[in-house]
Design a protein around this ligand. Structure first.
Ligand SMILES: NC(=O)C1=CN([C@@H]2O[C@H](COP(=O)(O)OP(=O)(O)OC[C@H]3O[C@@H](n4cnc5c(N)ncnc54)[C@H](OP(=O)(O)O)[C@@H]3O)[C@@H](O)[C@H]2O)C=CC1
Ligand SMILES: O=C(O)[C@@H]1CCC=N1
Length: 264
């Protein structure tokens, strides 16, 4: 695979598709003139130097690597054939078997980036069919390293599980942040002050985790040892079902990632 690799992205006007294209360009994996991008409605809003089309089959025929980034519900109607092409799907739930049958290619990757690809901070688990060469696997690794960091998995079951934990993941700290902001403003804290407090605690905690690289449970233990405000909060959160609520949420995501792949 050389610098003249042609990449096509179906759904490039969408959130994740656009983020991946930007990451590919930023990392120099593809040049704009080697990009073919498709959209369904509206007009292209980004990447003016790329070739935009509404003809997905023409796109698939024109490129070396095809990335499919439409919503799972739009997959059955897509009808694109990509025999002999390397294909990456980032659609939640759609399994390798269905991708191979639908696309007519044996060289397929299922990947689950997350919304942080927009800031090149996604964690992206992925799995490939056995037909991918070592060089193609390196290329896939480079693509998702461009979006943040990545891990190649051995089993599709792991990917189904991580669809919730990693793919949906940014929504969960956002949910926590929403609950914290709601509580703070109900206690008279200015909404902008609450927003800043919550944003900085998420970013700051992430940076601490990156710096220390240890088990988050250690951080919880260190705070519990103070027997102060943090311990009081953690005790009350746990007594009110915090761990159970998180577990039930991740189990629901795991279940949905399997069921939506069967029904979409
Ligand atoms: N966003 C996220 O955080 C994550 C998303 N994913 C997966 O990525 C995929 C895309 O998600 P996301 O970017 O958020 O969704 P978006 O709705 O933002 O983007 C999907 C895009 O696909 C376009 N589209 C649909 N059908 C076609 C078609 N036939 N031809 C060309 N374009 C088409 C849509 O066009 P239109 O505007 O007309 O609807 C839309 O622009 C999903 O399968 C999702 O499961 C995975 C992990 C994380
Ligand atoms: O919620 C979803 O189904 C997809 C997967 C992760 C983000 N969006």
């Amino acid at each position: 695979m050389s610098g003249s690799l042609k990449i096509g992205v179906i759904g490039a006007n969408g959130w994740l598709g656009g983020a991946i294209v930007q990451a590919l360009l930023d990392a120099g994996i593809v040049s704009p003139e080697h990009l073919v991008l498709s959209l369904r409605s509206g007009e292209p809003t980004r990447f003016p130097a790329a070739r935009w089309t509404r003809d997905n089959q023409d796109l698939a025929d024109s490129v070396d690597l095809l990335i499919v980034s439409v919503r799972p519900a739009d997959w059955p109607a897509l009808g694109v054939r990509a025999a002999g092409k390397l294909v990456i799907s980032v659609m939640a739930g759609i399994g390798l078997e269905r991708l191979i049958a639908g696309l007519g290619s044996e060289r397929v990757v299922r990947a689950l980036p997350n919304a942080a690809a927009e800031v090149r901070a996604s964690f992206t688990p992925w799995i490939a069919t056995p037909a991918l060469s070592a060089e193609e696997r390196r290329l896939v690794g480079r693509i998702f390293e461009a979006c943040g960091t990545s891990a190649q998995l051995e089993s599709e079951r792991e990917l189904d599980y991580l669809t919730g934990l990693a793919g949906s993941g940014p929504a969960f700290p956002a949910l926590l942040a929403t609950a914290m902001m709601r509580h703070a403003t109900a206690h008279g804290i200015d909404a902008e002050v609450a927003r800043q407090a919550v944003t900085h605690l998420l970013v700051g905690t992430g940076r601490l985790f990156e710096k220390n690289g240890d088990d988050p449970a250690n951080t919880v233990e260190v705070f519990l040892d103070y027997r102060g405000t943090t311990a009081a909060a953690i005790g009350a959160m746990r007594a009110n079902g915090f761990d159970e609520a998180v577990g039930a949420g991740l189990a629901a995501a795991f279940h949905k990632s399997i069921s939506m792949g069967l029904s979409a």
